[in-house]
Design a protein around this ligand. Structure first.
Ligand SMILES: O=C(O)CCC(=O)C(=O)O
Length: 265
């Protein structure tokens, strides 16, 4: 049986009540060690080839979420989260952006660029809780492919900032002193390779300089959004050759931004 046939009933691993509590409270959480050793080796090999020697891959594999790594798109752990915080209907979830983040202790470029945060009425950075349900706008999934040592370069986030009322990135009045890395309001994480970090794009967050000298940061960051909203310009790697090469049930994550069709015109 081919991989495509096996995937006709997509598996979903629901979020636990405690994960929902933490996501609502802080706007992010970490699930350690989600990928098996074999899955991790497969995704690392694909990501290395994609980042270092793009042309060595078949054309339809030239994307971080293609070829042997396409199972990440609808990994059961990811779908359990997205179907809880974006839409319970898988057909109403889009994958709208993806990139590989590689930074090392030798890298001198500036990574501290805090963004988002505060109550937002814009769909992609909004976060609401209504009638017992979470409505997170754009939701970021980070696959950490190498160990992250706490405080040495993982994504930094301001817990609870997705619901802050006194300032908002939307209004451009987020206090500069709060963006100081030493302000005391930033939080980060440590986790083993193969872990999943999830955050609402409404949380104030930033990359940080990688200071762990033993290995580099190696992560795939994926932004999912509701089918009625789009934030990012499409990435060149999300092209028809790559998308047509995915299993049919994964191609639907790359749908256009509309939910109601009226073919009669
Ligand atoms: O690279 C990181 O750790 C954070 C990336 C980021 O800021 C984003 O996804 O918007």
């Amino acid at each position: 049986m081919s991989d495509r046939d096996k995937q006709t009933t997509p598996a979903v691993h629901p979020m636990s009540d405690y994960e929902k509590f933490i996501f609502d409270l802080k706007g992010f959480f970490v699930i350690p060690g989600v990928l098996t050793a074999d899955e991790l080796a497969t995704v690392r090999a694909h990501t290395d080839a994609y980042s270092r020697d793009h042309d060595s891959l078949p054309e339809h594999h030239r994307a971080p979420m293609a070829g042997p790594a396409e199972f990440l798109i609808d990994h059961p752990r990811v779908m359990g989260i997205l179907q809880q915080v974006i839409d319970s209907n898988r057909e109403r979830i889009r994958l709208e952006s993806i990139f590989v983040s590689r930074r090392s202790a030798d890298d001198e470029s500036k990574h501290w660029h805090p963004h988002a945060g505060g109550t937002s009425l814009h769909p992609s950075t909004s976060y609401r809780y209504h009638n017992g349900c979470i409505y997170s706008g754009m939701t970021r999934i980070v696959w950490e492919l190498n160990e992250v040592v706490k405080g040495k370069g993982g994504t930094c986030l301001v817990p609870g900032s997705h619901k802050a009322n006194m300032a908002s990135a939307q209004n451009g009045n987020w206090p500069a002193e709060a963006d100081d890395p030493e302000s005391g309001i930033w939080e980060t994480y440590g986790c083993p390779a193969g872990s999943l970090v999830v955050f609402s794009e409404g949380v104030r967050h930033t990359g940080a300089a990688w200071t762990h000298s033993e290995h580099a940061r190696n992560a795939i960051l994926i932004a999912y959004n509701h089918v009625t909203a789009r934030f990012h310009e499409p990435k060149p790697c999300m092209n028809p050759t790559v998308i047509d090469g995915l299993a049919p049930q994964r191609q639907s994550f790359f749908k256009d931004v509309w939910v109601f069709g009226n073919k009669r015109g």
